[in-house]
Structures are given as structure tokens and as C-alpha cells.
Design a protein around this ligand. Structure first.
Ligand SMILES: Cc1cc2nc3c(=O)[nH]c(=O)nc-3n(C[C@H](O)[C@H](O)[C@H](O)COP(=O)(O)O)c2cc1C
Length: 211
């Protein structure tokens, strides 16, 4: 099936079959799609946290405004972005890049300085607006990869990020949660959304052309 067919197949699953587990191989592919995502300046400003611990998933339910999918899913992915830019974070990426490509640092030096002059002169809040956007790119690719594998997933923003960050100890890692993606297999008999038509604006309304 094509990517488009799989995107039509997927839906924001409302009820997971808690007895069905996604294979580690499939989870790894879904995470890998996020790792391979393009990001601004290639900085990969986000990380993916994989939660399978049942007790922890249950503690997240009230943080996710009572959404039971968090407890019933097989694997819960949390997309978390850098809380701010630092010189060290930017340096780490470019030092690794020149080492892997075996190119002289001088080739990237001016670019690195330009990035630092932009981001290090912004507030942490402004930085996070930018880093969180990068997390959404990986999030989207993971959603598509899950669909390609016929793994059900629910994109989620419905949670209190500060509470989730505290529970997962993200501040100490310099991260703030952005989105969650529970993975699993639909409980079709008990999911009110499964048979409802997918609703999207028409292509005519969606595309604005300047010919
Ligand atoms: C960023 C984002 C946040 C969302 N948050 C939630 C959520 O917290 N809970 C939920 O059940 N669905 C959530 N959704 C699912 C959307 O409501 C759903 O994707 C949308 O209505 C389109 O339907 P479809 O995904 O079934 O095609 C979210 C989707 C996105 C992309």
C-alpha cells in the first residue's frame, strides 16, 4: 500500500487493545523515522522517550486529562525538545559533523558562530518555540511510519507538559515535553471513532495556487 493509502487507514485511535503489544522492531522503526527527520541546521533539537513501564503510564493518565489510551497503549512515545539552545549543544552537533565527515572545522566555523549569535541572544522561551517545532517534524514522520507498519497511534497534545516533565525528570535532561504518541492496536469493537469517516477540507480549499 502507498503512503497515502496508509494515511487514509490511520486515525487518532481512541481505544487500544491493552493485551496487544507492538514488536520492538516496529517501535524501533517508528523512533528511527523521527531520528532521521530533517531539522533546522541539522541540530536534532528533540529526543524521543519510550515509556513501557505500566505504573508510569498509569501515572500519566491524569496528567493527560484522563485519557486512558496512555495506559492501554503498548508503547508511549514522548517527544521532548531542548529547553533552550546552549553553545555546548550547538558545538556538540557541529564537532560530531566535522568528525564524521572528516572535514576541517573551518568549513563550519562561520555558520556555527551565526547560529550562536541568533539563538543565544534569544530568551529560553523563544528558543523553545523553535526547538519544539523541530520535534513536530519527527512526530509527523513517526505518525506516518506507524501507519506504514499498520501500527495504531494517537497524536496527543492533550496533557499538562509541566507535570509530565516533572514526572519524567526532563528538566534535568534539559528537555521539555511537546507531544505524545501512544502506539498499539485498536480495540475496534470499543472505539467510537474507528468507523467514522475521515474529514478533511477539500483539495480545492486546501491548495492555494499562484500560476
Ligand atoms: C498535535 C496534535 C494533538 C492532538 N491531541 C490529541 C489528544 O490529546 N487526544 C486525542 O484523542 N486526539 C488528539 N489529536 C488527534 C486529532 O484530533 C486528530 O488527529 C484529528 O481530529 C484528525 O483525525 P484523524 O487523526 O483521525 O485523521 C491530536 C492531533 C494532533 C496532530
Amino acid at each position: 500500500m502507498s503512503l497515502l493509502e496508509n494515511l487514509k487507514w490511520r486515525y487518532a485511535t481512541k481505544k487500544f487493545d491493552a493485551t496487544k503489544k507492538v514488536s520492538e522492531d516496529d517501535v524501533n522503526k517508528i523512533v528511527e523515522a523521527a531520528r532521521l527527520a530533517p531539522t533546522s541546521s541539522g541540530l536534532q533539537q528533540f529526543r524521543v522517550i519510550v515509556v513501557t513501564n505500566q505504573e508510569l503510564k498509569e501515572k500519566i493518565v491524569p496528567i493527560a486529562w484522563g485519557q486512558q489510551i496512555v495506559a492501554d497503549c503498548s508503547h508511549l512515545l514522548v517527544f521532548a525538545a531542548w529547553d533552550k539552545y546552549t553553545a555546548e549543544r550547538i558545538d556538540d552537533v557541529f564537532n560530531a559533523t566535522v568528525a564524521e565527515r572528516q572535514i576541517p572545522y573551518e568549513q563550519v566555523a562561520a555558520y556555527v558562530e551565526r547560529l550562536k549569535s541568533i539563538y543565544l541572544n534569544q530568551s529560553a522561551e523563544e528558543n523553545f518555540v523553535h526547538t519544539a517545532r523541530q520535534a513536530y517534524i519527527g512526530f509527523g514522520l513517526s505518525i506516518a511510519q506507524a501507519a506504514e507498519l499498520k501500527v495504531d497511534a494517537t497524536p496527543m497534545e492533550g496533557f499538562t507538559s509541566t507535570d509530565l516533565d516533572a514526572l519524567l525528570g526532563l528538566e534535568a535532561k534539559g528537555l521539555k515535553s511537546v507531544t505524545m504518541l501512544p502506539l498499539g492496536y485498536r480495540d475496534a469493537a470499543n472505539d467510537w471513532l474507528v468507523n467514522l469517516k475521515k474529514v478533511r477540507v477539500s483539495t480545492n480549499d486546501f491548495v492555494i495556487e499562484y500560476r
